[in-house]
Design a protein around this ligand. Structure first.
Ligand code: ADP
Length: 195
C-alpha cells in the first residue's frame, strides 16, 4: 500500500499515520521528521532548513524532493509507505509522480483529512499546553506567529493538491472533525472500497 496523507497542521496526520503504518505494516516517510532530524544533526540540509522551518515557511522544493528521492531507494519502503507532509506543493506532487513512474509504481490513494481552521488552532494550542505541562520541549514552529504562517502556506501552496489528486481519481476526502476512532474507521472503509 502506497499512500499520501494530506492535511493542515493539527488535522491529525500524526495520529492517523501511526494507525495506518501499524495496520498495514508500511513505513512512514515524514519530511517534517526528516528535516527536524537534519536540523538537530546540523547537516548541510539542516543548516539550510532551520530558520525557514522556525518561521513556518516551506523549505525549497528541490531540498525536500532530493530527500524523498533518496529515501524511496531504501529497502524498508519497498513493502509500501505513507508519505506524511510530502508533497506540499504542486511542483513536489509532479516530482513525486516522476519518481514513482521511474520505479514503475503508483499511489493507491491520497487520504485528505479535512478540518476547519478554527478547530486547528484550538487543537494546536491544546497540544502546546499539554506538552508544556509535561515538561516536554515544544517545537520551534509551535508558536502563534509560525503557526499562522504554516496555515497560510497550507491554504496557498498545499490545498491545491486536493484538486490535483482529485483529477487523477486517487483522492479520498475524510471528515477529520469526527472522533479519532471514527476517522480511522472511515479511512479503512474507503481504502477497502478501493481494493
Ligand atoms: P506540520 O504539518 O505540523 O506543519 P511538519 O512536521 O509536516 O509539520 O513540517 C514542519 C515544517 O517542515 C514545515 O512547516 C516546513 O517548514 C518543513 N517541511 C516539511 N515538509 C515539507 C515539504 N514537503 N516541503 C517544504 N517544507 C517542508
Amino acid at each position: 500500500m502506497r499512500l499520501v496523507l494530506l492535511g493542515p497542521p493539527g488535522a491529525g496526520k500524526g495520529t492517523q499515520g501511526d494507525r495506518l503504518i501499524e495496520r498495514h505494516g508500511i513505513t512512514r516517510l515524514s519530511t517534517g521528521d526528516m528535516l527536524r532530524a537534519a536540523v538537530k544533526a546540523g547537516t548541510p540540509v539542516g543548516l539550510k532548513a532551520k530558520d525557514i522551518m522556525a518561521r513556518g515557511d516551506l523549505v525549497p522544493d528541490e531540498v525536500v524532493i532530493a530527500i524523498i528521492d533518496d529515501r524511496l531507494k531504501e529497502p524498508d519502503v519497498q513493502n509500501g509507505f505513507i508519505l506524511d507532509g510530502f508533497p506540499r506543493t504542486v511542483a513536489q506532487a509532479e516530482a513525486l509522480d516522476k519518481l514513482l513512474a521511474a520505479k514503475g509504481i503508483r499511489l493507491n490513494a491520497v487520504v485528505e483529512l479535512k478540518v476547519n481552521e478554527g478547530a486547528l488552532l484550538k487543537r494546536i494550542e491544546t497540544r502546546i499546553a499539554e506538552m508544556t505541562a509535561r515538561g516536554e520541549q515544544v517545537r520551534a514552529d509551535d508558536n502563534p506567529e509560525a503557526l499562522k504562517k504554516r496555515l497560510d502556506a497550507y491554504r496557498v501552496q498545499t490545498a491545491p493538491l486536493s484538486a490535483y489528486y482529485g483529477k487523477k481519481g486517487t483522492l479520498l476526502e475524510i471528515d477529520g472533525m469526527l472522533p479519532i476512532d471514527d476517522v480511522s474507521g472511515v479511512i479503512e472503509a474507503k481504502l477497502k472500497a478501493l481494493s
